[in-house]
Design a binder for this molecule. Structure first.
Ligand SMILES: CN1c2c(nc(N)[nH]c2=O)NC[C@@H]1CNc1ccc(C(=O)N[C@@H](CCC(=O)N[C@@H](CCC(=O)N[C@@H](CCC(=O)O)C(=O)O)C(=O)O)C(=O)O)cc1
Ligand code: HCS
Ligand code: ZN
Length: 754
């Protein structure tokens, strides 16, 4: 019989319970037992929520205390040698994620095209693997004790190796497949012995352009694992199988999951290639966005599959893990009823899966209420006057020059004359610590316990303090500190028309850090200046240069839940125009240096290379649209973090920012090589402080990184700055690290003068 299934659930909890438990444990305020009790409570609550929503096949081992890729490194015994001496498993796990004074953290990067970050596995040529199956087995047993036989989720060996970094020269992680497979086979055998008839193995690499080595690795891996015990549901998501369709369909496993939300067009090819008797799990409810499912349309797709493969081999599911969805729309008490009726969060998505399954099993009449509510909401959404604003569309349709007035070379001369900065100018990326005090003041303001005047006075005092500290440190280009912002995207969305906000729509970004992506439901415009007040106030307090701070259009788009009734490029252009107005207002207010952050530009890149050019064209154009209106002597900065640049250098250069700051310290300046190889012409600030690790780098560390950067990047191109904003750090470490950073820049200057 057709089954309803889920592929994974949020770990953080509706009220970010896991975040709070982790941070309290890291501060030493609670012990391991308390942390594990919170985690177990969340798992139990989420399993029963899924059961109550009507889901038959419920996952386990989707929970993680930090990250599921890090869990996989631990599962297979791939512990980098610098952590091997830490005996306590929890301490070692968090040391790998966050670093210690003695051992820098493992690298972190984006999970496919999402805003979720994973910890990059580190592998050596002579890597030995050893099974450490405690977590999947214990979680399976934990669910069993609650009366549930779950389907454990495991990250597949080929995706694991493809995401890993080789720590020795002359070998590739895929060389280790033969060594890794017995560990996976043993894990599957143990899960089977425990009572798991099915396991879910995620191989999202199947939606990427695969090398012939990766294809061969998949064949080899599943020839072994397909016989290891439990039936395997091989899951693919975030895109279409395209040229990997036949490979995915013929792998000797019991089932295949495909994402029919991102890639409905792949269905016919998959049905044609799927061997008889193989289960097909169809992802028809969007796990990456928050729009309510059009149940009639989804049922149409499901019925086509049912006609082809029959009821027994069909599973109905979200398109991907619900890790990327907020937990429960019912908790949104402040959203207006109309908007709310258009949305579905994780719990509602599971109810949609259940309704589709009921309709398939027993006819649509059996799920009439859900289908009728969906149809009414979809029709009301289409007809709503809140979405389309003709004047915004008309403005976005006008042609605007995207080039700056002059070339970079001539802009640079004018900017040098205006700003008179020293060599190796020092700056920061924008935010200063969002301390408990700052967050509490904002919370009090939002609850009405602190009035606008009181909140503004508090923010002014924080801003002034940050400026005095920067002056004292001797930084060359100052920032106001972003104290007024809850988040670099949400803050702008809150002030733009066409956006809505949630109270509890938290999604994990990395570890304990969460974001609350705004919802772009309609045409976007800027009713009033958004940042000028704070930048102008900050500039008025100092004689030093003050950098205005904006989030770019691509990043605002990428980190929001975006409407699906028009192309993303169109929505992005509307945002680009709004940011352009803000840039011009900042310039008008006398702010001569303006940073437009685009950390998500790389993350928005389509997963298939053949789709890159089209995306990069509109994404870069939207950035240029936001930046191109200023005078030659206004200096535009941009900033990117957690991105690989090698394959997109022409696009980065086409953005034509006068200065770009990038995250490079965790990768030991490796990411800078792309700029060097490309002969990048504009100025660059390679990050010299890994701000995501609780460790203060000393002057020598930073100097070494800068010297490395100086090999190939001209001295007059180089800026000195941290990897990213300092919002997650505390003041004592910020002070200490920035002191070292300024000292490192001064040391370089005096070495150059000698
Ligand atoms: C640069 N990064 C960002 C990404 N995506 C974004 N949308 N924003 C980003 O900045 N992606 C890539 C990286 C990821 N990095 C980070 C870094 C830090 C965070 C982070 O700190 N997130 C905060 C939540 C931010 C927020 O919205 N804060 C609100 C609510 C604060 C709060 O919890 N208030 C308390 C009451 C106050 C108290 O008692 O402490 C409450 O509501 O209970 C605010 O500041 O007003 C986090 O806490 O995780 C995210 C991504
Ligand atoms: N200006 C932002 C950029 C983060 S990517 C900050 O400093 O937090
Ligand atoms: Zn950043």
């Amino acid at each position: 019989m057709t089954r309803s299934a889920n592929l994974g659930f949020s770990r953080i909890g509706l009220n970010r319970e896991l975040k709070k438990a982790l941070e309290s444990y890291w501060k030493g305020e609670s012990d391991t037992a308390a942390l594990h009790a919170t985690a177990a409570g969340l798992r139990a609550r989420h399993w029963s929520l899924q059961r109550e929503a009507g889901i038959a096949v419920i996952p386990s081992n989707d929970f993680s205390l930090y990250d599921h890729v890090l869990d996989t490194s631990v599962l297979v015994g791939a512990i980098p040698p610098r952590f091997a001496g830490i005996a306590d498993p929890d301490a070692r796990y968090f040391a790998m994620a966050r670093g210690t004074d003695a051992a820098p953290a493992m690298e972190m990067t984006k999970w496919f095209d999402t805003n979720y970050h994973f910890i990059v596995p580190e592998l050596h040529r002579d890597q030995a693997f050893a099974l450490n199956a405690g977590k999947p087995l214990n979680h399976f047993r934990e669910a069993q004790a609650l009366g549930l036989v779950t389907r454990p989720v495991i990250l597949g060996p080929v995706t694991f190796l493809s995401l890993a970094k080789a720590k020795d020269d002359g070998f590739e992680p895929l060389d280790l497949l033969d060594a890794l497979l017995p560990v996976y086979a043993e894990l599957l055998a143990q899960l089977k012995a425990e009572g798991a008839d099915w396991v879910q193995i995620d191989e999202p690499v199947l939606v990427l352009d695969l090398s012939s080595r990766q294809q061969a690795a998949l064949e080899k891996a599943y020839a072994v694992l397909g016989k290891a015990g439990p039936d395997i549901l091989l899951t693919t998501y975030f895109g279409d199988l395209r040229d990997n369709t036949e490979l995915a369909a013929r792998l000797p496993v019991a089932g295949l999951h495909i994402d029919l939300v991102r890639a409905p067009g792949q269905l016919d090819a998959v049905l044609a290639a799927l061997p008889a008797g193989k289960t097909l799990s169809v992802g028809v409810v969007d796990g990456r966005n928050i729009w309510r499912t059009d149940l009639d349309a989804a049922f149409g797709l499901v019925s086509r599959v049912w006609d082809h493969i029959g009821p027994d081999c069909l599973e109905i599911a979200p398109s991907c893990s619900l890790l990327h969805s907020p937990v429960d729309l019912d908790a949104e008490t402040a959203l207006d009823a109309e908007l709310k009726s258009w949305l579905a969060f994780a719990r509602q998505k599971l109810e949609e899966v259940a309704a589709l399954t009921t309709a398939q099993q027993r006819g649509r009449g059996a799920a009439r209420t859900a289908f009728e509510a969906s149809a009414a909401a979809i029709a009301a959404h289409k007809a709503s006057a809140r979405i389309h604003r003709p004047e915004v569309k008309a403005r976005a349709a006008q042609a605007i020059a995207l080039d700056r007035n002059s070339s970079f070379a001539s802009r640079r001369e004018k900017q040098r004359a205006r700003f008179n900065l020293p060599d190796y100018p020092t700056t920061t990326i924008g935010s200063f610590p969002q301390t408990k005090e700052v967050r509490q003041a904002r919370a009090a303001f939002k609850k009405g316990q602190l009035d606008r005047a009181g909140y503004d006075a508090f923010l002014e005092q924080q801003t002034e303090r940050a400026i005095r500290i920067q002056e004292e440190l001797g930084l060359d280009v100052l920032v106001h500190g972003e104290f007024e912002r809850n988040d670099m995207v949400e803050y702008f969305g809150e002030q733009l028309d066409g956006f809505a906000f949630t109270r509890n729509g938290w999604v994990q970004s990395y570890g304990s850090r969460c974001v609350k992506p705004p919802v772009i439901y309609g045409d976007v415009s800027r009713p009033a200046p958004m940042t000028v007040r704070w930048s102008a106030f900050a500039a008025s307090l100092t004689d030093r240069h003050m950098k205005g701070m904006l989030t770019g259009p691509v990043t605002i788009l990428q980190w929001s839940f975006v409407r699906v009734d028009q192309p993303r490029a169109e929505t992005c252009r509307q945002i680009g125009l709004a940011i352009r107005q803000e840039v011009l207002d900042l310039e008008q207010a006398g702010i001569g240096i303006i940073q437009i952050d685009e950390p998500a530009l790389r993350e928005g890149l389509p997963l298939r290379r053949s789709d890159w050019d089209a995306y990069l064209r509109w994404a870069v154009d939207c950035f240029r649209l936001s930046a191109s209106g200023v005078a030659d002597d206004t200096q535009i900065h941009t900033h990117m973090c957690y991105a690989e640049f090698n394959d997109i250098m022409p696009a980065i250069a086409a953005m034509d920012a006068d200065v770009i700051s990038i995250e490079t310290s965790r990768s030991d300046m490796e990411l800078l090589e792309a700029f060097r190889d490309f002969n990048y012409p504009n100025e660059i600030g390679p990050g010299v402080w890994d701000i995501h690790a609780p460790r203060v780098p000393d002057q020598a560390d930073m100097l070494a990184l800068l010297r490395k950067a100086g090999r190939g990047i001209a001295p007059d191109q180089l800026w000195v700055n941290p990897d990213c904003g300092l919002k997650t750090r505390g003041w004592p470490e910020v002070n200490a690290a920035l002191q070292n950073l300024v000292a490192a820049a001064k040391a370089l200057r005096s070495a150059a003068a000698r």
